[in-house]
Design a protein around this ligand. Structure first.
Ligand code: NAP
Length: 244
């Protein structure tokens, strides 16, 4: 896939994997529509990306709001050569057992990981299908594959997000839709895991103590390499950072 002079939407771009992805995509010449809720942090990333000689638009706001998704797609069309999106925004809320989670936390986990991906697809797909090609990457997680005390809502939301990506691949074969499993990455989300209560905190602490963590830059480079190669071979499947 060609990235230079193509426009991609990226959610959750203010820090962590999303920030690293924004910069790696910019290095490959992609113009970007960047989204997150934290305006100042997103602005800093946008400036860093612009420093790499690409065009950047920011859409500040909750990716799970209909209007945010519409604004992102509109901004991508203004930049031109709209080629697709990477839905990377995610929220974990680690620690509480399912019955201890508040309804607001449950809703936020499902809204950010799942609904935001649905809304992006809803507004992006008609445009991408008219062009006859495009890319839709859903940053998923191994949490989708096995239950663990303390991340029930997150695992369920990621499993549903994976399903959404696979279903889109079926419904629109001309758009390459796949899940990207980024590995165990040294970000704020991991820090929140280590600071959680209950046995999940021990698992996150072990990731750090046993040197399992990879850097955001490492996983971002891997995804961009996959995109620059033959992403079509992952249609309706899961790619991991080891596939680069
Ligand atoms: P992170 O450091 O916590 O970053 C999450 C990003 O999502 C931030 O930019 C945050 O920005 C944004 N975000 C959260 N809620 C949002 C919303 N409602 N609307 C728009 N943006 C929102 O996490 P990360 O580790 O980089 O995670 C990135 C993705 O990788 C997530 O989907 C996560 O589930 C997945 N993942 C991570 C790991 C890991 O080990 N780190 C492993 C597997 C999968 P604002 O707060 O400014 O909105």
């Amino acid at each position: 896939m060609k990235l230079s002079d193509q426009t991609l939407i990226l959610t959750g771009a203010s820090r962590g994997i999303g920030r690293a992805l924004a910069l790696e995509l910019a290095r490959s010449g992609a113009n970007l529509v960047l989204n997150a809720r934290s305006k100042e942090a997103l602005n800093t990333v946008a400036d860093e990306a612009r420093g790499l000689s690409v065009q950047v638009r920011m859409v500040v706001g909750d990716a799970a709001q209909d209007q945010t998704a519409q604004f992102m797609v509109k901004a991508a069309k203004v930049l031109g050569n709209f080629a697709g999106f990477i839905h990377n925004a995610g929220v974990l809320h680690p620690g509480p057992a399912l019955w201890e989670l508040s309804e607001a936390q449950f809703d936020e986990v499902f809204a950010t990981n799942l609904k935001a991906g649905f809304l992006l697809a809803k507004y992006a797909y008609p445009n991408l299908r008219r062009n006859g090609s495009g890319i839709a990457v859903f940053v998923g997680s191994g949490a989708a594959n096995y239950p663990r005390a303390g991340w029930g809502a997150y695992g369920a939301a990621k499993a549903a997000e994976h399903y959404l990506a696979f279903n889109l691949a079926l419904e629109a074969p001309e758009i390459v839709s796949f899940v990207y499993s980024p590995g165990t990455v040294d970000t704020e989300m991991q820090r929140q895991g280590r600071e959680a209560t209950g046995e999940i905190a021990g698992m996150f602490q072990r990731f750090k103590d046993q040197d399992h963590l990879i850097s955001p830059e490492q996983t971002a480079r891997a995804l961009v390499q996959i995109l620059l190669g033959q992403p079509g071979k992952f249609q309706g499947k899961i790619a991991t950072y080891k596939d680069a």
